[in-house]
Design a protein around this ligand. Sequence first.
Ligand SMILES: [Zn+2]
Ligand SMILES: [Zn+2]
Length: 246
Amino acid sequence: MTLIVGVRYLVVSGAFAWATRVVRPGLYAGLDPQIRREIGWSLASAAIYGVPAGIVAWGWQARGWTRIYTHIGALPLWWWPVSVLLYLFAHDTWFYWTHRWMHRPRPFRLAHAVHHASRPPTAWAAMSFHPIEALTGAVVIPALVFLIPIHTAALALVLAIMTFMGVTNHMGWEIFPRGLVHGRLGDWLITASHHQRHHDQYRCNYGLYFRFWDRLCGTDRGLGALDRATGPGADAARFGSAAGRS
Ligand SMILES: [Zn+2]
Ligand SMILES: [Zn+2]
């Protein structure tokens, strides 16, 4: 499982880092030492993520643990999309509150500072966590499969969304159309512009997938500036300002 998580990280982050080079040339210029640290922390996180995932996968196969089901007709069809949304919402809730806790001074110094050392983050920062933070993230889905019934393909979709959003939210540019990011859906969904503001300002925009908890708790400060300008010139200017800040 550690190998699967590690290879998945390298393939997906690598693909989006390559895409960044193509569509936003120069965006990661000068960030090589930071990227090396991001990859190191991420591979350590992959090792940690693999342990509970491996135990649960073995228990599911060999012992019949978990509420994962393989026959799609085992539960009503409407449960399939509902289970995906429930998993995402539960994960988002756990992430929001543990993330807020990690912004308290001691946990921040001890664990979360590693993630915020990415200034600005890149596609390689998706799993760039201190082992303590990686552990808090690694237990979520393995715990949920004991509580909420889910079809194998629905679980695969949840993991795919988790991986995709983890990478794209950090890569420094918007992959989603403007109409979505600035439209009604974007009022409730978190994309790169929203999470970038967390990395810029620290004490806001704590959520993972949805803006629900941020809005409810008054910690939502809207979208960051990354998608205001496009093109290599604008990117160079943005990178310059980001470098100036750090
Ligand atoms: Zn982040
Ligand atoms: Zn944070």
